[in-house]
Ligand binder design. Structure first.
Ligand code: AMP
Ligand code: MN
Ligand code: MN
Ligand code: MN
Length: 285
């Protein structure tokens, strides 16, 4: 039976395709009972998502996915049960969003040098509500016929060494964890299996994450293979991290559907273990 818990998802506030209301309704239809909306660097969808969730008898966990630069690489830290009104978190996210606008201009300028004009306006046309992201550039460039799908578009245009790549510095790992923990939330290392950094650096990252106050990692995520579920369950155990799970749903078409994730591997301590939001589930099971 798929898990009724999904602690990682995106709406149109970041680079998802469904408005927060529609995202929550979709989650409900897929059998999700406890959902976290974790838009990139923006919490603007949480209030309406919580309202709609309540109407559907679901629990909405306030979340965010913070962009971080760690040793010149981009990693993501999910904050769960955050307080979006906590001033350092709110101000920190605002600064990241401002940086995204500057970076978008850099991406557009790089593409322009390569002979692709109009991408700034084109990308913003896809960014309806909140942050501007590479995903919006990707949607515009696909629309213009530069590739037929996201994966090949990113590979050919938006990653290091490609025409639309523009180096950017996000928050530090320490900032992200401090903002999240300071707001009363739990800092979760997102989809560790996606970082192509080798075993030694992964152990370093996990150690540093723990030393700075991180307490959980994603074990079951749409970004991991089933082998990686086991691999990161082991690492969570080794480092004393709790385990999180989430689809990282971005909308219909090409993304992993919600409500399809398996339970955490045996031996994992769920990050939601003593959350009030999951009490009704425990009673059902
Ligand atoms: P940004 O935070 O602006 O750098 O945008 C990153 C977003 O683009 C991620 O959150 C994903 O939604 C999407 N993305 C990044 N890399 C890929 C990829 N290789 N294939 C598909 N989507 C990607
Ligand atoms: Mn995304
Ligand atoms: Mn991510
Ligand atoms: Mn995500």
């Amino acid at each position: 039976m798929p898990s009724p818990i999904d602690l990682h998802s995106h709406s149109t506030v970041s680079d998802g395709l469904l408005m927060p209301q529609a995202l929550v309704e979709h989650a409900a239809a897929q059998g999700v009972k406890v959902l976290s909306l974790t838009d990139h660097d923006d919490t603007a969808g949480l209030a309406i998502a919580a309202k709609v969730a309540a109407e559907h008898g679901m629990q909405l966990v306030n979340g965010v996915e913070i962009s971080v630069t760690w040793r010149r690489r981009t990693i993501h830290v999910v904050g769960l049960r955050i307080d979006p009104d906590h001033a350092p978190l709110r101000d920190g996210l605002e600064k990241i969003r401002a940086g995204r606008h500057v970076r978008a201009q850099g991406i557009a300028a790089s593409l322009e040098k390569f002979g692709i004009a109009g991408s700034l306006e084109g990308a913003y046309a896809h960014a309806s509500q909140g942050i501007i992201s590479r995903a919006h550039f990707a949607r515009y460039l696909i629309e213009q016929g530069y590739a037929s799908n996201f994966k090949s578009l990113f590979k050919r245009y938006l990653v290091k060494g490609k025409p639309g790549y523009f180096e950017h510095h996000w928050a530090t790992l320490e900032e992200a964890i401090t903002w999240i923990a300071g707001s009363g939330g739990v800092a979760v290392l997102a989809h560790p299996g996606r970082y192509d950094i080798g075993r030694t650096n992964m152990l370093l990252l996990l150690e540093e994450f723990r030393n700075l106050g991180g307490t959980a990692i994603e074990v079951v995520t749409g970004s991991h293979t089933t082998d990686q579920f086991q691999e990161y369950a082991k690492l969570a155990h080794m480092f004393g991290f709790k385990a999180s799970m989430g689809s990282d749903y971005h909308g219909p078409g090409g993304y992993l559907e919600m409500g399809r994730l398996p339970d955490l591997p045996r031996g994992c301590i769920p990050v939601w273990q003593d959350w009030p939001e999951t009490q009704s589930l425990n009673n059902l099971r």
